[in-house]
Ligand binder design. Sequence first.
Ligand code: GDP
Ligand code: MG
Length: 384
Amino acid sequence: MSVRTYRAKTLKDAMTRVRRDLGGSAVILGTRETRRRRLFGFGMREEVEVLASDDGAAATARRGSVSESGTSATRDIAREALEGTIGARLGELHGMVEALIERGRLDPLLPEMPSDLVPTYASLLEADVPEALARRLTKHVADELDPAELHRPERVREALVEAVESALAIAPPIAAAAGSRRIVALVGPTGVGKTTTVAKLAANFKLVQGIRPGLVTVDTYRIAAVEQLRTYAEIISIPLSVANTPADTRNAIEELGDVDVVLIDTAGRSPRDEVKIRELADFLIEARPDEVHLVLSAAAGERALRAAVERFSLVRADRLILTKLDEAEGLGGLLSVIGGADRPISYLTTGQAVPDDIEPADRSRLARLILGQEYVHERSTIAV
Ligand SMILES: Nc1nc2c(ncn2[C@@H]2O[C@H](COP(=O)(O)OP(=O)(O)O)[C@@H](O)[C@H]2O)c(=O)[nH]1
Ligand SMILES: [Mg+2]
């Protein structure tokens, strides 16, 4: 009896080779996948490994001997043979499902998608843009361009950037001006970078724009978090006050004295924690902010982003700040969330450095970042 290993992209291919080599008496002893399956994207599939023997008679005899001897060695062989059969069946099913998915994905596209745009569509999936949105954007490009232009990659790229740009809403930076007091609150899940972003904004107002900021924190659950903001306030040399209860918030703002912009840092509320989000809403009702920015981490997955937007809808947030663009792998998932969030994006943050790693949101830059046509650059850091 000879045992051989066959590797192929699909089980079907492997089985064809097994049958070609070993004929009808081939016995499949086992199958396994040797590469991680990718859900989206073209090309690159897992490899299937099939362990096959040409000695069908011997294998059948071994299977039959289990009931006679019942020894552990024969049980093992029988189990292997059984697992091989089940594995092969599962593998076949897998292949069928995969083929169906692939057909389901491609069929509705083919009538409307010019073949020149298939690489564009693939590059969107590659950038983690969800399929439905990738299709819409590709269709947008097809509608915008003359058929003759579809051959020009540069034109296609431009049209794609324009399509993504049109899906983005951008807000102007915080409207702070010397002599008028603007109240701005940052809300969002824990750890997304609210406190760091407050510090970046405050430092830029004071050091770059000559606007006097003051900080309020309502982060009363984690004492360390208050200390984090206090440290920033001391370094930047600006006033800080703490609001312990919603009723306290107005006082805390007044205590800051004569400032041009009040930046309110809030406790990170887990998106699951509805009670605390209501409490946060109470703080904000008292604070009466002019602007509420929901802070979202671009490094979070699409589902987490969606959950955060949903939960924080209890708090009236009118802008989005996207943090951690430097840590995000693919920004395509973000696009489907921010496109549907119905709130314009005010700032992008691109690293931990205070005050450098923040920039007002720019439509074209964000579109290119999402499409992977531009990268967030490492900049010199000023440690604060
Ligand atoms: N890589 C990266 N890290 C960031 C960014 N913004 C904040 N962080 C880090 O994220 C962590 C949590 O930030 P923090 O401001 O305490 O988050 P908060 O809980 O929302 O207040 C800290 O280690 C920050 O330095 C960013 O834009 N990029
Ligand atoms: Mg914080």
